[in-house]
Write a new protein. Sequence first.
Length: 456
Amino acid sequence: MISARLNKKDIKQLLKEKKYDDLRKSFACTDPADVADLLDELDSEELEQVFSILDNEMASEVIVEMDQDEIEDIVENMLPSKLAGMIQEMAPDDAADFLKEFDANEQNQILHLLSPTKKKELKLLAKYDEDSAGGLMTPEFCAVSSDATVEQAINAMAAADFSDPVTTVFSVDREGRLNGSINISELISKQGKALIKDVVDSRPVFATVDEDGSVVAHKVRKYDLLVIPVVDKDQKLLGRITIDDIIDFIDEEAAEDMARMSGAPDIEHKEFSPLAIVRLRLPWLLITMFTGTIVSFIVQKIMDLPSAGYLAAFVPVILGMGGNTGMQATAVTVRSIALGEIEFSSLAGVFCREIMVGAIMGSVCGMLIAGVVCVNISLFSATAVLPAFLAKLVLVVGISMFSGMTFAAFTGTILPIVLHRFKVDPAVASGPFVSTSNDLSASLIYLGMCYWLLNL
């Protein structure tokens, strides 16, 4: 909770009066994440002033909790010595992410000022993709020989100095290969003379260093893990990923997917410039406009048919229901892919299930809309309508609704799966792509049914 003794007005006032000691004391009583929230409305000059008076430890704890655009404002004019001092205090994984925000020349200047140990850690983490297990892990971990005793393991853990809290002790063989793990709460409950190899879980869940972050997140969720070890291809222990890093990764992925699904990528870029936002959003809108133009041509063809007024009245509901059905199928499919619940070997079953769901919903909605057409035309039409034409119109609208929703359920399922198969983020299948493709298919189906049934 944000300290009751500190708010944003107080910070501005203390800075104005240059009461820096009071400000430091107030920050010391406030959680770094809450301090970051308090600083988010300060201008760049005030932010620079705040970080100039903070010691390296406190500054490092606060800056890792801040948004990227704010960090850029803070470090823009900061001396390499100050940056290096902050990075020296950070956990290795946070330090690696922070260092990546600078260009190669600035990175070299900062690395030159770091301790040999910190420099080695950062160079190790820099080799891995930021969204892989290697990019998410910290190389700090507590590992003991499988032949050690519980007492020795506890002593080793007590003597270690880690940036992130240690909740798990790992067991390794003589070559450093992972062969077990145990939670601290379990470890301290064991007899001191017991051997580690007799008390650890000998089949620990682990991540390989090049494994995608989404796969790692799935393992953490599936097995309810607080920490997961990271190994190389030879099973040698390289590091660990803690639950807070997994939560941050999932949050970033969710924000990115939401941005792509909505066709508004500026959500994830945090752009505020109107021109920058337009540049990010406009391509998606142009795709929608192009497909919408094709739909307009199809509707124009419908308007050229006899009794066009009756036919055009039901275009919005048919297109809308198809779009909604497709988006529902896509949302479920994208989530299933993200959670690893869809295997390529089971696609036939997934397709059949979604087609069945779409067909059932299409049947229900088709019959309901057919009844609406019948009642509407019979009771509220300004001109008399022949029973034969009314029967055909009911069939056109009802069958079009059924076909459009069934096809939309199929495309809403297959598009993200096919994209995922070809290593493309399935979230891009949503939003403009699915909605416009469903509008196009539904309008084509409706036009085809109009020509076929009304010309019988």
